[in-house]
Design a protein around this ligand. Sequence first.
Ligand code: NAD
Length: 361
Amino acid sequence: MNYHIATIPGDGIGPEIVREACKVLDQTGKVFGHTFQYTEVLMGGCSIDAYGVPLTEEALETAKKSDSVLLGAVGGNVGNSRWYDVAPNLRPEAGLLAIRKGLNLFANIRPAYLYQELAAACPLKKEIIGEGFDLVIMRELTGGLYFGERWTKEVDGVMTAVDTLTYNENEIRRIAVKAFDIAMKRKKHVTSVDKANVLDSSRLWRKVVEEVAKDYPEVTLTHMLVDNCAMQLVMNPGQFDVILTENMFGDILSDEASMITGSIGMLSSASMNESKFGLYEPSHGSAPDIAGMDVANPIATILSAAMMLRYSFDLDQEASAIEKAVQQVLTEGYRTADIYSPGCEKVGCSRMGDLIAERIR
Ligand code: NAD
């Protein structure tokens, strides 16, 4: 098959890490008989330099016409860059919000996987880590508290602020369907996280998730209150497969989950719309402090490309081949500087990409 991918290298280490992900995709294509065609799109600071805005209409159109999007990262040194001497809607990160909105990406997927080779970086005790953990957080991205009506004003002489948490059944259903679809490709277990003992929106959430679950008899569903989930993530992360949750709970829980893996350079992510279209990107930023030095860890971006193959193109075997190659490189002792430990061999960004590409089979 032939797939059209819009690449958005962005700023800082973005171009370096996207280059390595494309290298690995190309090798995967060679081994499995696919071709990947790339159209490069400017977003972030580089787009500001070229066009005066962080994302042009043309760039968004190119992304829309592609089969999926691979993003590096955008942004520069916040305290020390001309990109930030402008209104917030003209700064590099505004491009991210614009592309997410323009592509209607309502489902955010963040995996948290612990490689045994990197277990020393995990802040949890060995007896808690056990056999390790492999979970994904499916977070609703375009509804809830962050998008509800809000105001601040004086009421009866007292300053008062209100934020509104709104979800309708359609918004809940579409994200639940995504979570169950993804569980079908994994260990077939969904934990739906809410605060149904207090919030009406959570009670509706629970009801709709239960309705969706009926269409997935192979998937087991449990409900968990968000405060308990925050605790369970650090007490027994191995119990989770897919955690399904609303926007704000997901924001907090996905940061907690990434923290327990211990290595920011390893964390991939995806944001999807109602179809199989997705935007795939590492969870980290543009790391301007190490840009252009060939020391960045490209693995988060390479694993994001593997997610693209699995979730947008249904190329499960090819995605597994990339994940296995990453695992093998770590087992053989190769490390970029951010995950280096004594006794391992330190390699740069480009060499790490080569090593992973060479192990695709
Ligand atoms: P960051 O994630 O870029 O960097 C934090 C620290 O982690 C730095 O020390 C960096 O060197 C290191 N790091 C990050 N990724 C790494 C990698 N792949 N390999 C090795 N080390 C890595 O976060 P920050 O410093 O807070 O932000 C820098 C810029 O990135 C800012 O302009 C911010 O707005 C932007 N940002 C963009 C995105 C995005 O594009 N999605 C996300 C977060 C931050």
